[in-house]
Design a protein around this ligand. Structure first.
Ligand SMILES: O=c1ccn([C@@H]2O[C@H](COP(=O)(O)O)[C@@H](O)[C@H]2O)c(=O)[nH]1
Length: 278
């Protein structure tokens, strides 16, 4: 396995902390469950507890940008501090922003999420390939140059994406498989710059064995997928060393005590590791 680029940083994090991406999704319902107001003050208290609990324990932390954007500029200020806090605690930060646009606009998104000078700069960002994989080039090239990652939506965990993602391209592969193959072509340099998003909620019908990059798999817990599902869905179709299962609400429900959040991360990770190594 390569030890260059994002690959080296990703491998170091997962080797030290295990295969889990823990989400920070400050849903209004979770704020209320934690006894917090649905306001910027509540958002900040939620995020600070989440950073304290998840930051030192999870390999990768995925703030869901939408929940911060919902509070406007004050919410984005909380997101900036959340990203900085997670990175300072030793976790890799994957900003779940799902950006994607024509190349010139994509360059601006790239500056926002992958340029060290930006207060939102993260270790990786999720992107949408609906404008074409090539339109993502500014992000891919910046990520490759700075040992960061870009996670491209391929086969999402929700049922709504089925028709589009399993449609056949002119080359007769599915759209989702074409995204995986485009990512594998970038990763042929050993950098693991491109990860893909493949939900854990169903069979995906993809061959992920040549990707040589991380496979973010949301859907554990609140969306119904289990650790046991991971082994059956990905066991024959992927290099499990690259599998990065993700859970948000099922972990955050243990809050607001940071120690309880850390314990939930540990328990979820241990369940995943046991399922994937059996
Ligand atoms: O296919 C996808 C892509 C992204 N997500 C995001 O992951 C989390 C899942 O949260 P849970 O609480 O664990 O359900 C959320 O931020 C989604 O936007 C996804 O679920 N599926």
């Amino acid at each position: 396995m390569s030890t260059t680029g994002f690959a080296a940083r990703y491998r170091a994090a997962v080797d030290a902390r295990g295969r889990l991406c823990a989400g920070i999704d400050p849903h209004a319902a979770l704020l209320e469950q934690w006894g917090l107001p649905v306001s910027v003050d509540g958002l900040r208290a939620f995020a600070e507890a989440a950073v304290a609990g998840l930051g030192p324990t999870a390999a990768v932390i995925k703030p869901q940008v939408a929940f911060f954007e919902a509070f406007g500029s004050a919410g984005l200020a909380v997101l900036e501090d959340t990203i900085a806090g997670c990175r300072a605690a030793g976790a890799l930060v994957l900003a779940d922003a799902k950006r994607g646009d024509i190349g010139s606009t994509m360059a601006a998104y790239t500056t926002a999420w992958l340029d060290e000078g930006s207060p939102l700069c993260s270790d990786a960002v999720t992107v949408s390939p609906y404008l074409g994989f090539g339109a993502l080039s500014p992000a891919v090239e910046q990520a490759r140059a700075t040992d960061r990652g870009v996670f491209v939506l391929a086969r999402t965990s929700n049922p709504d994406g089925q028709a589009l993602q399993t449609a056949r391209t002119a080359a007769a592969t599915t759209v989702a498989q074409s995204i995986v193959d485009d990512g594998a072509a970038v990763n042929a340099d050993g950098s693991a710059t491109v990860g893909v998003v493949v939900g854990a909620t169903r069979e995906h019908g993809l061959d992920l064995r040549e990707l040589a990059g991380p496979i973010l798999s949301p859907g554990l817990g609140a969306q119904g997928a289990t650790a046991a599902d991971l082994a059956s869905i990905f066991g024959d179709t992927a290099d499990l060393a690259w599998l990065l299962p993700a859970a948000s609400r099922s972990i955050l429900g243990a809050g607001p005590d940071p120690a309880a959040l850390a314990a939930a991360v540990g328990a979820t990770r241990d369940e995943i590791e046991a399922a994937l190594s059996s």
